[in-house]
Design a protein around this ligand. Structure first.
Ligand code: IPE
Ligand code: IPE
Ligand code: MG
Length: 246
């Protein structure tokens, strides 16, 4: 049976989050610059986006650039920002063809104006699409997001627009950048690193975590199917006993 046929169609996650890692090592193995790896990572982005859209997954969130990534050498950061501009422009037609709506989370003001412009254009152009919502986490870190949420809540409490006794999980979630999205049921990280690296700390509280050794530029449809099949074999207990779940 093919990997695709092993998938149980009515038990797919509604939200998949991915830490796309390993571009630099992929390039280094080929004696090339790290930027070469980032360029080849675009194919994998296209592949998981199209596959998610075909499978009817509602939300795909990709960690593309972290707050901490600003500390990389300027040449790499500049190249990544140019790559973002060219990729968003060239991929808009793929998004339209697949009925994908683009979204972004992170401190957008920190992005160069050219990136902000292209991003906003693509978000506008795809806003009427009704299939997959593709969220790019750009200049994003979860601690930044949580602190921003706390600042907003404090201001609203001071202005008497929000009653602090009403603050629960759901209310807090509505102040986060992922507001309106379900928490990811599955989080994938490539490249063999077993860490979260400041990604969706609140939202991943009960997600199934899947780590694989494949470097991001090599990640293909079949690797994605493997992660989804693995997810479908898990028992999600949410604190209950296994017997309660059955
Ligand atoms: C992920 O690949 C892409 C970004 C963080 C922008 P890396 O650039 O982290 O690649 P490695 O981990 O150094 O191989
Ligand atoms: C996490 O990867 C950020 C992105 C994939 C955008 P990093 O490669 O920056 O993570 P660390 O520093 O190895 O944890
Ligand atoms: Mg890395």
């Amino acid at each position: 049976m093919s990997l695709q046929d092993q998938l149980i169609k009515d038990r797919l996650p509604s939200h998949v989050a991915i830490i796309m890692d390993g571009n630099g090592r992929w390039a280094k193995k080929r004696g090339n610059s790290r930027v070469f790896g980032h360029k080849h990572g675009v194919t994998a982005v296209r592949e998981v986006t199209e596959t998610s859209a075909e499978l009817g997954i509602e939300y795909l969130t990709l960690y593309a650039f972290s707050t901490e990534n600003w500390s990389r050498p300027k040449t790499e950061v500049d190249a990544l920002m140019s790559l973002l501009v060219s990729t968003i422009s060239s991929e808009t037609k793929t998004l339209m063809k697949n009925n994908v709506k683009l979204n972004a989370i992170g401190c957008k003001e920190n992005l160069p104006s050219g990136v902000q412009k292209r991003l906003n254009e693509c978000i506008d152009k795809t806003s009427g699409n009704t299939g997959l919502t593709l969220t790019l986490a750009l200049s994003y870190s979860s601690r930044w997001e949580i602190l921003e949420a706390i600042k907003k809540i404090v201001i609203e409490v001071e202005d008497k627009q929000f009653d602090i006794s009403q603050l629960d999980d759901e209310a807090f979630g509505s102040y986060l950048a992922t507001q309106g999205m379900p928490d990811p049921e599955l989080m994938i990280r490539t490249s063999g690193e077993h860490r979260i690296s400041n990604f969706l700390l609140w939202q991943l509280a009960y997600s199934e975590l899947y780590f694989c050794d494949i470097l991001w530029p090599d990640f293909r449809r079949e690797d994605y199917y493997r992660a989804l099949i693995d997810y479908q074999g898990r028992e999600r207990r949410f604190g209950k006993t296994g017997d309660q779940i059955k």
